[in-house]
Design a protein around this ligand. Structure first.
Ligand code: NDP
Ligand code: X2W
Length: 400
C-alpha cells in the first residue's frame, strides 16, 4: 500500500478533487486500481495524476477549427486531461494560427491550421468535424477507418436519405456511412454511442426539444397531435461566416422568425419523437433569432393524454433525469433561463400547467454552442473512447 496526493483523479463515474488517496496496487495507468478515499474504496480502470496533463492519451483532429463550434471544442479540451489536439483545419483561414483567428485561445498550444486536403491523419485517433453540412459527407467519406468521428453537422442525422435530400436540397454522397452513423442525443442513446465509430451529433434545436419530449412520449403521457414548439436561438447558432441577416443592425433590438414551416430541423425533431412514439409524429416548429450571442430556449405546448396530470409529467421527467449530470429538472414553478446554462453543458427544463385544462407548457434551455453542439460532441467522444462522460465538461454556467 502506498500513499499519494492528487490534485484530481478520475474514476468510473467522475472526478475526485484534491486529497490523499491510498493506492493498493499500481503497475500501469490502465490497470484496475483500488483507491481508499476517506475510508471508502473506489474501483477505477483509468486514473491519472493532473501533473500528467500534458501527456495526453488521445490525439484529436479538429476539422473546422476556425468556426464557432471548433473554437468551443478547443476551449473545452483546454481542461481535458486525456484529449490533446494534434491537427486543426480551416478553409479560408488555412495557414493561420488559432491565436490569430481566436485571440481568446492564444494560450493553447496548437498547430497551425491546414486545409483538410493537406491534413495528415496518421497521428490522429479521433476527429471532431465542425464543418458546414453538405461539405462534411465527402470529407468524412475520405477519412481513414481507424478514426472515431463525431460530426457536428447535419449530414448524418437523418436515417432516410430521401428525407435528407428533400430538406437539405442536395444529393447525399455517403449513404453507406449514413447506415453506420449513430444519432448522439447522449442521454437517450448512450448505449449505442458507446459502440459507435461515427456519431451524428444532434442539432441545437432538436437537442433542446427532444430531451424533454422523448421521455414523456415514451411514457405515453402526452398526445402525439398538436405539439407546438416555439424556439429561440442566439446568433452564434448561425456560425461565424459573414451573412447580411446576421449583422448587428439586423439582429439587435428585434426578434426574427425564420424558416417558418420549413426549417431543416423539422425532420430531425420528428424522427426522434416518432422513434419514441413508435408511430409518426408531426410537429409545428418555428425558430426565432434573438438579440443575444449564446443560448437557446424551446417553449413547447402539449396536450396531456387522457387522465394524465401535471404531477405525472413532472414525476416522469424527474425519474428520467434524476441520475443525469447534465439534464436538470428545476424545482416546481422555477422558470428555466438561458442565462442559467450559459457556457455550460447543462440542459435545464421545467413543466407548467396551461390555463387551458389538459394542456401543459414545457420550457427547456441550453447553450447552443455547448449542449447544443461542442459540449454534447465531447460528451459523446468521451463515451465512445471509454472515458468518464463528464471529462472536460465540468464548467459551471457563466452568469451574469
Ligand atoms: N453554431 C452552432 O450553435 C451550431 C452549429 N452546428 C453545426 O456545426 C457545424 C459547424 O458550425 P459553426 O462552427 O457554427 O460554423 P462556422 O461557420 O462558424 O465554421 C465553419 C468551419 O468550417 C470551415 N469550412 C467552411 N467551408 C468549408 C469547406 N468547404 N471545406 C472545409 N472546411 C470548411 C470554416 O473554415 P474558414 O473559417 O477558414 O472558412 C470553419 O472552420 C455546422 O454544420 C453547423 O450547422 C450544430 C449545432 C449548433
Ligand atoms: C441561429 C441559426 O441560424 N441557427 C441554425 C441552427 C444551428 C444548428 O444547430 O444547426 P445545424 O447543426 O443543423 O446546422 C439554423 O437555424 O440553421
Amino acid at each position: 500500500m502506498s500513499t499519494a496526493t492528487f490534485n484530481s483523479i478520475c474514476f468510473n463515474q467522475g472526478y475526485l478533487r484534491k486529497g490523499e488517496v491510498k493506492i493498493s496496487k499500481v503497475k500501469n495507468r490502465n490497470q484496475r486500481v483500488k483507491f481508499y478515499v476517506g475510508g471508502a474504496s473506489v474501483l477505477s480502470t483509468k486514473c491519472m495524476q493532473s501533473s500528467e496533463k500534458n501527456k495526453k492519451e488521445v490525439r484529436i483532429g479538429l476539422l473546422g477549427a476556425s468556426g464557432y463550434t471548433g473554437a468551443e471544442i478547443v476551449r473545452l479540451l483546454g481542461n481535458h486531461p486525456y484529449f490533446g489536439i494534434t491537427l486543426i483545419t480551416a478553409d479560408r483561414k488555412a495557414g493561420q494560427s488559432m491565436g490569430s483567428v481566436f485571440p481568446h485561445l492564444i494560450t493553447q498550444d496548437l498547430p497551425t491550421m491546414v486545409s483538410v486536403k493537406d491534413a495528415d491523419f496518421s497521428s490522429v485517433d479521433a476527429v471532431f468535424c465542425c464543418l458546414p453540412h453538405g461539405t462534411t459527407q465527402d470529407i468524412i467519406k475520405g477519412l481513414p477507418r481507424h478514426l472515431k468521428i463525431v460530426d457536428l453537422s447535419a449530414d448524418f442525422r437523418l436515417r432516410d436519405i430521401a428525407e435528407y435530400e428533400e430538406w437539405y436540397g442536395q444529393p447525399h454522397s455517403a449513404s453507406d456511412l449514413q447506415k453506420e452513423a449513430v444519432y448522439g442525443l447522449t442521454e437517450i442513446s448512450r448505449e449505442d454511442v458507446k459502440n459507435a465509430r461515427l456519431v451524428a451529433n444532434p442539432g441545437c434545436y432538436p437537442t433542446s426539444i427532444q430531451l424533454p419530449l422523448v421521455p414523456l412520449i415514451k411514457a405515453k403521457l402526452i398526445e402525439h397531435r398538436n405539439i407546438i414548439i416555439d424556439s429561440k436561438s442566439g446568433v452564434s447558432g448561425a456560425g461565424r461566416g459573414a451573412k447580411e441577416a446576421n449583422l448587428y443592425s439586423e439582429i439587435a433590438e428585434g426578434i426574427y422568425s425564420y424558416g417558418v414551416t420549413k426549417h431543416r430541423h423539422v425532420p430531425e425533431i420528428e424522427q426522434g419523437l416518432s422513434d419514441a412514439a413508435q408511430s409518426k409524429i408531426n410537429v409545428s416548429f418555428t425558430p426565432h433569432l434573438m438579440p443575444m450571442i449564446r443560448g437557446m430556449q424551446s417553449t413547447i405546448y402539449v396536450e396531456m393524454s387522457q387522465g394524465v396530470t401535471m404531477e405525472d409529467l413532472y414525476q416522469q421527467l424527474r425519474k428520467s433525469y434524476k441520475d443525469e449530470e447534465f439534464v436538470k429538472l428545476l424545482d416546481k414553478g422555477v422558470v428555466p433561463r438561458t442565462h442559467n446554462v450559459r457556457g455550460s453543458n447543462y440542459c435545464f427544463m421545467n413543466v407548467f400547467p396551461d390555463r387551458i385544462p389538459g394542456r401543459a407548457i414545457i420550457i427547456s434551455v441550453i447553450d447552443n454552442l455547448v449542449k447544443g453542439a461542442s459540449g454534447q460532441a465531447l460528451q459523446n467522444l468521451n463515451i465512445m473512447l471509454g472515458y468518464p462522460e463528464n471529462t472536460g465538461l465540468l464548467y459551471q454556467p457563466l452568469f451574469p
